[in-house]
Design a protein around this ligand. Structure first.
Ligand code: ZN
Length: 409
């Protein structure tokens, strides 16, 4: 996501570059050889519909089409190595899982690690704000009868768009291709917040312009004459930041903590670590949500392990202040220390609060020692030296920390 950060900085240049990119060619007439592996009783008509949909969507990824469809009672999957999809066909909505798995194939082949993929990453972040992802829950578009079958016979959830960008894409593609009219009707429901409507429109434009080469599957195109890239600067960036603020408001973060894959928030943390408005949201959350303060540092640490270690954030005073507050908080201090270690925060302001934690000799003292080694301030020596003769883990950690401090002098 480092790329994402850099791209955001060059937004203007890169919108211009976008306009020059060739459109994706959709070839929906050519039928490839698509093998369907199933028990012989799968109705010919069903097989034919599956083949037609796969062939059509393969038109978006002619360089790496799906060549085999396996049938499974409950399970859906895309295997990029073998170019196979596995789909359940139990319900009348059997073409939805086909579209969903083809969505994964299209994401892998066309979007991953591309400019379009970065845009989709932003859309994904916006989807997490104001519960926008509910618009793209594919299980809310199939019939109640199908849902019952899935739940009762397979004990499974259908749809998981909040998990990661590719899941949201697979769900969005299914809805755009299979339930466009219903989707647009929801966009115009009077109770839908304006921000969610703007989000929904962006998704429609993204699918129409960059995935389906201008094709739409609703009776009318309510956004004819508008293009996705007209909205990138004004809408997407603005919405993205607002969505982040909404996620970090009191009622949302604890909910996300338990309700969503933490990947989502790590992704956000990683992309916005330098963003003023993101920090405002974090600070507000820290002030008002005592029960999930530790979570902020957990996310920072997890995000840091992957990208930020390469491009750390020690200059960010506001983040440091947050960490210092975290160290003073009984419930958050362990995670705050983890974040210091993972992000390699080298700042002397952290010395005093860490020494205080050390003096208590509670079971997080070893993490405090690790953090002292990271901040690299030689004033830590006398505190560590006092501990080296202890026969326990604390003594071990102190010896290690002294060695690493000396090595870094
Ligand atoms: Zn999926």
């Amino acid at each position: 996501m480092l790329n994402n950060l850099r791209l955001r900085i060059n937004r203007i240049g890169f919108v211009a570059a976008l306009a020059l990119m060739p459109a994706i060619n959709v070839n929906c007439t050519k039928k490839q050889n698509i093998a369907i592996v199933s028990s012989p009783d799968l109705a010919i008509q069903k097989q034919e519909s599956i083949r037609n949909l796969v062939a059509e969507l393969n038109g978006i990824i002619p360089q790496r089409p799906v060549t085999k469809v396996k049938i499974h009672p409950c399970y859906g999957h895309y295997n990029p190595e073998t170019q196979e999809i596995t789909v359940p066909v139990k319900t009348d909505d059997y073409l939805d899982p086909v579209a969903h798995e083809m969505g994964h194939a299209i994401y892998e082949t066309r979007l991953k690690n591309t400019l379009f993929g970065d845009f989709w990453g932003q859309i994904y972040q916006v989807s997490l704000g104001w519960k926008n992802y509910q618009l793209l829950k594919d299980d809310s578009y199939i019939s109640p009868a199908s849902l019952t079958i899935i739940h009762e016979q397979c004990n499974m959830q259908w749809g998981h768009g909040t998990n990661e960008p590719s899941e949201l894409f697979a769900s969005a593609l299914t809805i755009y291709r299979r339930h466009s009219d219903q989707y647009l009707a929801r966009l115009y429901l009077p109770g839908l917040p304006e921000k969610s409507r703007r989000f929904g429109k962006l998704v429609f434009l993204f699918m129409r312009d960059y995935v389906f080469d201008g094709r739409y599957f609703s009776g009318v195109d309510p956004f004819a004459g508008e293009r996705f890239f007209d909205h990138v600067g004004r809408d997407l960036n603005g919405l993205e930041i607002d969505a982040l603020s909404s996620i970090c408001q009191d009622d949302q973060l604890p909910l996300l903590k338990y309700g969503l894959d933490s990947y989502a928030l790590i992704h956000i943390f990683r992309s916005h670590i330098r963003d003023e408005r993101f920090f405002t949201a974090l600070e507000r959350h820290f002030q008002y949500c005592p029960n999930s303060r530790d979570y902020i540092f957990q996310l920072a640490a997890e995000a840091g392990l992957e990208d930020l270690r390469m491009d750390p954030i020690p200059g960010n005073e506001r983040f440091l202040l947050l960490v210092i507050k975290g160290l003073a908080d009984q419930n958050a201090r362990y995670r705050a220390m983890e974040a210091i270690v993972a992000l390699k925060l080298r700042d002397s302001k952290l010395l005093e609060p860490l020494v205080k934690i050390l003096a208590e000799e509670k079971n997080d003292a070893t993490t405090a020692i690790e953090a002292l080694a990271v901040i690299g301030d030689k004033r830590a020596f006398p505190y560590l030296e006092k501990l080296i003769n202890r026969p326990d883990e604390i003594g071990q950690a102190a010896k290690k920390a002294i060695l690493s401090l000396k090595a870094n002098q």
